[in-house]
Ligand binder design. Structure first.
Ligand code: HEC
Length: 99
């Protein structure tokens, strides 16, 4: 896992203090959307719209993104993104800006 993380970091020009919101929005709609639906209304994975995520706070949602849901197809994104990026995505989903 650690070497994967290092590889992911080496391959990533933008690190935590250098967020790229446009790239993160694309990731949400394309990568998350491949399971959660391109409009995030659900597919293989559940609906990710703000009304269905209301039971999460920003940190709780970021940890689902970083660590996944073990035993389900929801993968951990921790090898591929920083904590700051996961928090950014959580905020993006919780404000409803992604709709
Ligand atoms: C390979 C398919 C797949 C991908 C890619 C994926 N997910 Fe998921 N996700 C799932 C599945 C399946 C579940 C449902 C897990 C369960 O049964 O609890 C889930 C659950 C979730 C949940 C919990 C929803 C709830 O109501 O509790 C969140 C939040 C979530 N995903 C966010 C994301 C985000 C953000 C991304 C992109 C960074 C992403 N997912 C990418 C398949 C995926």
């Amino acid at each position: 896992m650690r070497s994967l993380l290092v590889l992911a970091l080496l391959g990533t020009p933008a690190l935590a203090d250098d967020l790229d919101p446009e790239a993160l929005k694309r990731l949400v709609h394309q990568d998350c959307g491949s399971c959660h639906g391109l409009t995030l209304k659900g597919g293989l994975g559940p609906d990710l719209r703000v009304e269905t995520l209301a039971h999460y706070d920003r940190e709780g949602l970021a940890s689902v993104i970083l660590y996944g849901v073990p035993g389900t197809p929801m993968p951990p994104w921790e090898p591929l993104m920083s904590d700051a990026e996961a928090l950014w995505i959580a905020e993006y989903l919780l404000t409803g800006e992604s709709e």
